[in-house]
Design a protein around this ligand. Sequence first.
Ligand SMILES: N[C@@H](CCC(=O)N[C@@H](CS)C(=O)NCC(=O)O)C(=O)O
Length: 243
Amino acid sequence: MRYELYYWPTIQGRGEFIRLALEEAGCEYEDVARRTGRGSGVHRLMRMLAGRDAGDLPFAPPILKAGPRVLAQTANILYFLGTRHGLAPRQERLRLWTQQLQLTIGDFVDEVHDTHHPIASGLYYEEQKPEARRRTRNFLDDRLPKYLDYFERVLARNPRGGNWLAGARMTYADLSMFQVLVGLGYAFPTTMRRAGPRYRRLEALRRAVEARPRIHAYLQSDRRLPFSEEGIFRHYRQLEAGR
Ligand SMILES: N[C@@H](CCC(=O)N[C@@H](CS)C(=O)NCC(=O)O)C(=O)O
């Protein structure tokens, strides 16, 4: 099956969680908006879906088209791909646990997004700078360590050991955790450098994912977009200033 991914063409954003899974699984896929130009692929799909009667109308990208099927919500798409392509445990209990972790990663990502957009996604960062500073301070002092401590503990408690969050093999949640760690290193370099020694297991996960041959090749390729101040993980010096 040749998948179609519909996501904004110039940013990693939430689409990157899907790209990483497609790449690791060695799937054939087309990153439609990147081929067709600025966002037009996404708009075209949304228009097409809005005009038909099927009950699968998505609210927002990333959107995955798998034959006649149209899926949205990052965690949902990953569950689908993971189950189909060996990136999710076979045992139901572990599969649900993996999805629970993915949903928590999604909450974490939302909070990262809100550091630069605390008031409204529809406003520019420049229109909410004082609130962004306040929000970021709270995020870095309180929420970031709470999430990282949690995932470090999950790794320590995985009875199957190794570098992975759930079970004995790598899952899509590990790929997403990798993306979050790399993104945080870009957005908040000082904080993450200082926090490093406290999160040895997370660092081992990051390295283990990075070393996967397909992920390694993807990261070197021009399919991997750079981080920027348009995506979820943004580096604004003023937000980390004074730390
Ligand atoms: N919970 C959804 C969030 C989707 C989302 O916020 N998509 C963004 C791009 S990353 C978007 O384009 N949103 C448009 C909107 O919310 O109006 C997911 O994880 O997929």
